[in-house]
Design a protein around this ligand. Structure first.
Ligand SMILES: Cc1ncc(C[n+]2csc(CCOP(=O)(O)OP(=O)(O)O)c2C)c(N)n1
Ligand SMILES: [Mg+2]
Length: 915
């Protein structure tokens, strides 16, 4: 007895009584129309058809059947290996069109315009059933692009993807399946109770991946970048990434092994086996191989999707010329999804949305949904509101191939279609591999607690290897002894590997890309640039081709900025940033900057991409600098944080020499990417020795614009910072920003950087950079109060501040009244320069009190972090760090401008009062 919930979904349906009635009404209606109109002479005369006979009607019906199969044939397909019967659809049944076999035999196939073989409608109907209603099914009719749709129809109906399989090839595929099954069984039997997240039930995925990478390699793809979750990961590492069994068995044998490795590098906290990535090379043909990278990922399902896209894009991009060159044929992304995760994790939609965007396209992603028809203990009917796990993708014009995971030949055909489509159109394609999960969610779970009926059935269901071996034996392709020999060989191989690990004769091969050596930040790094170069770039930043017309108002603004730098030696924030970029490009550092409205800048301060007032042409002077040795990429991103930040993280990991920047519209919006921040940016180095120079630009500052437009949640980043994992800075001037960008790109220690960027300071004269600061200065982790340089004894009190509030304090009327209070700016919030700070305090001989002043509420901002870190080492004579700022609050700021102004004024007065 099939259980009701299951029948409802993979191939059955949520057909409620109402739906059913509606369907019936529809088809009755069709028949009615047919009878009423096509047989009514007046109507037919109105159509100017001289004579309508049964053949005409049969042609129309035949066309309707062809169309129905193309759209709904999947409803008749046998997609569930566990035997759920297809729902079918009345529109697929010729009886419902008033046809008879003899009428169908009178309709020539040619008029139906299909690629199916046959001479009459009768043949075609049969072929339609075989093509669309077997163990493989297609959803392509939702695709708006007519060329793609027709290509897919022709391809599917001509059956090109069913490449004839030679005996050798069939043996090879059976061999692959046998290895997978043997491997999974060996692990389960040998390491009882350890989690392996067995692939069994969708075993075909491994030979499919092997096929995919072989076909990609035939096309010249050099690297396949794979992202996947736990399910089948170990089998993929062993057979697709091609890491030796010994390596994986060693992990199981000695959980201590990592501990021993980690003892030498105390910044590697490590991660569980099924989250680690791997790199390898897979031999595809004699003398040919393809590099395969499996990305590290956290438990958070689908979080890695954007990362894989970014890594692939970095591999596909040439960075040696001012304008980056995209060569998508060089690398290909493959994403493997769980059925529950694919339909319910929002980031899947965000990543699908990247596929055709100029700044993000990767030539099409090959997606496989490893659809075991369950998510942990949750049935599909509780996991999604749609029929198929893949339905979301329809909105992105992606072709979808559903395939029964027990039919290996059909699975291979699905692969050929997917790869051929990607090659032809450079777009995403999805294979929904419908299988089952032979065991519990992991090896310690009892699935019969929650799906008793299902697991009764699974218990007696033959494995896909058994089924395929039986098929080949029945076809006479191989003998039973050959199939057994493959099993024996697979067992011998893994047993030998295990022995070698246990008796110590196996030694870990060196990693293909060893982790970058841990180096210290070069604190003395010279980040200055000569005056001549700065002045030359200042001019070049406004140089456009003669035929290009920038908006006159913008020209005035930019020209004023240029002249201010020439005449007064003063650069505002936007100019300082562009000059830093120009300098890095001239030194060979590729730059990629993306974010929402980033080309112009949310606050209209950047204008790095100029627009011709008279056409749609665009021009970025930074892509045309005379001496540039590296590429400058700048893209407005789609309105996504999670996928996009993941993408940039991946890009930065793959290209650690580049300065990759992601900008938030307002800092708070990084919240949408918190998983990327927590699991990759903050913890990637500790878990997987993975890092890069990803730089987050997060607008932050209290200016009365409301909760989300004030705070970039500084406290979150500071809570996450440890072991030098990220640099966190809050620059109070454009010069500091200039130098920190240059430092970030050039210091030997590649680590992510978080910059809290300003809003009002973008144009504040007091925050502008002087040319001298750029030609002689550097990034200062703390900035002392210059007023007391010669009079240190006067200071009894220090206001420690960070970011914009410094300017609020110094601009306040009470500031001038302060005679014994110095204002010290903390620009590097993490790693907090504690030694330097204490040294500075000690340089004030009469210092009695240190006050942390911030505009954020007390439970937010940098207060807790700075206080905690300082108090660990601060001499007792200074007492505690006092506090002036907003009190504990649930929301970061006042919602009303007026209330903000009152509170801001109170903070400033309190801080500036020398009671
Ligand atoms: C974002 C996220 N939420 C919840 C979990 C906990 N979790 C781990 S596996 C799993 C079920 C996944 O089902 P599916 O995507 O179908 O993959 P399967 O395990 O069936 O291969 C859940 C809920 C998680 N890892 N990540
Ligand atoms: Mg699942």
């Amino acid at each position: 007895m099939p259980d009701v919930k299951r029948t409802n979904y993979a191939t059955g349906q949520f057909l409620t009584a109402t739906d059913f009635n509606r369907e019936q009404t529809y088809h009755t209606g069709l028949r009615h129309l047919h009878n009423q109109y096509l047989h009514t002479p007046g109507i037919v005369q109105g159509l100017a058809v001289s004579k309508v006979d049964d053949t005409h009607i049969a042609v129309a019906a035949g066309m309707a059947i062809v169309s129905s199969y193309r759209r709904h044939g999947h409803l008749a397909a046998t997609l569930d290996p566990l035997g759920t019967q297809p729902q079918g659809d009345p529109a697929l049944d010729w009886h419902n069109y008033g046809l008879t076999p003899s009428v169908m035999s009178a309709v020539p196939a040619a008029v139906l315009r299909t690629k199916l073989k046959g001479s009459t409608l009768a043949d075609i109907v049969e072929k339609l059933r075989e093509t669309y209603g077997s163990t493989i099914a297609y959803e392509v009719e939702h695709i708006a692009n007519i060329e793609q749709r027709e290509w897919l129809r022709d391809y599917i109906e001509s059956g090109k993807h069913f490449v004839p399989i030679s005996p050798d090839r069939a043996r090879d595929v059976l061999g692959r399946l046998t290895k997978v099954e043997t491997f999974e069984r060996y692990l389960r039997k040998t390491y009882i109770g350890q989690k392996t997240f067995s692939i069994e039930g969708v075993d075909a995925m491994v030979p499919m991946l092997e096929e995919i990478i072989t076909l990609l390699s035939d096309d010249g793809v050099q690297t396949a970048v794979i992202g996947m979750a736990h399910r089948g990961r170990l089998a993929t590492i062993a057979h697709v990434v091609n890491r030796p069994y010994e390596e994986l068995l060693a992990e199981f044998e000695a959980a201590d092994l990592r501990r021993a490795d980690a003892a030498d590098a105390d910044d590697v906290t490590g991660d569980v086996k099924y989250h680690h990535g791997a790199e390898g090379t897979y031999p595809t043909r004699p003398g040919v191989e393809i590099a395969v990278t499996l990305a590290n990922n956290p438990s958070h399902l689908e979080a890695v999707d954007g990362v894989v896209e970014g890594r692939t894009r970095a591999l596909q991009t040439d960075h040696d010329t001012p304008i980056a060159k995209l060569v998508t044929g060089r690398a290909a992304p493959i994403l493997i999804h769980g059925d529950a995760a694919f339909s319910a994790q929002g980031v899947v939609a965000e990543v699908l949305n990247l596929q055709a965007l100029a700044g993000y396209a990767t030539g099409g992603t090959l997606h496989i949904i490893a659809n075991n028809q369950i998510g942990f203990t949750t049935d599909p009917s509780d996991a999604r509101s749609t029929r198929y796990a893949s339905d979301l993708a329809k909105g992105f014009d992606v072709p979808i191939v559903h395939v029964n995971a027990d039919d290996v030949d059909a699975c291979m055909a699905a692969v050929h279609l997917a790869v051929d489509f990607r090659r032809r159109f450079g777009h995403d394609v999805i294979i929904d591999l419908i299988g089952y999960r032979r065991f519990g969610h992991n090896e310690t779970d009892e699935p019969a607690y929650t799906q008793p009926g299902l697991y009764e059935r699974i218990k007696t269901h033959p494995t896909v290897r058994e089924l395929y071996a039986q098929k080949l034996i029945a076809q006479g392709v191989i003998g039973a002894d050959e199939a057994n020999a493959l099993s024996t060989a697979a067992t011998v191989r893994i047993t030998e590997a295990h022995q070698a690990v246990k008796n110590g004769t196996w030694h870990r091969p060196p990693a293909i890309s060893p982790p970058a050596p841990d180096v210290a930040d070069d604190v003395k790094l010279d980040t200055t640039v000569s005056r001549e170069k700065l002045l030359a770039w200042n001019d070049e930043l406004l140089a456009v081709p003669p035929s290009f017309t920038v908006h006159p108002k913008l020209v005035r603004q930019l020209e004023k900025r240029r002249q201010t730098f020439v005449a007064e030696g003063e650069a505002d924030w936007g100019l300082a940033e562009s000059l830093a970029f120009a300098s890095l490009l001239s030194e060979g550092t590729p730059i990629r900057l993306t974010g929402q409205d980033t080309q112009r800048g949310t606050f209209s301060h950047r204008h790095v991409m100029l627009h011709d007032a008279k056409s749609t042409r665009e021009y970025a002077p930074l892509q045309h600098l005379a001496g540039a040795l590296a590429s400058f990429e700048i893209y407005n991103s789609p309105l996504s944080e999670y996928a996009c930040m993941g993408f940039e993280y991946g890009y930065s990991v793959e290209l650690p020499k580049a300065l990759v920047l992601w900008e938030a519209q307002f800092g708070d919006f990084m919240n949408g990417a918190q998983i990327i921040i927590d699991q990759f940016i903050a913890a990637g180095q500790a878990k997987w020795s993975e890092s890069g120079r990803l730089t987050l630009l997060l607008p932050h500052g209290y200016e009365g614009a409301g909760p989300e437009h004030s705070s970039a949640r500084i406290e979150r980043f500071l809570q996450l910072s440890a072991e030098g994992n990220v640099r966190v800075v809050n620059c109070s001037t454009a010069a500091q920003y200039f130098h920190v960008l240059r430092f970030q790109a050039r210091t030997p220690k590649a680590r992510p950087l978080v910059v809290f960027t300003p809003k009002s300071l973008l144009r504040l004269k007091a925050a502008a950079a002087s040319i001298e600061e750029l030609t002689t200065g550097r990034f200062h982790p703390i900035v002392d109060d210059a007023r007391f340089a010669q009079n240190r004894g006067a200071v009894e009190r220090i206001l420690l501040v960070s970011g914009k509030i410094y300017h609020d304090l110094t601009a306040h009327a009470d500031f001038a009244k302060m005679a014994k209070t110095a204002i010290v700016r903390v620009e590097l919030l993490s790693p907090l320069p504690v030694d330097e700070m204490i040294e500075l305090f000690e340089s004030y001989p009469n210092l009695k009190q240190i006050v942390w002043v911030q505009e954020e509420p007390k439970n937010m901002g940098a207060r807790a972090h700075v206080r905690r870190r300082l108090l660990e080492r601060l001499p007792a004579k200074y007492g505690d760090i006092e506090y002036v700022g907003r009190s504990y609050r649930a929301s970061p700021s006042e919602g009303y401008g007026g209330a903000h102004a009152v509170e801001q004024e109170r903070i400033l007065r309190e801080a500036l009062g020398e009671a």
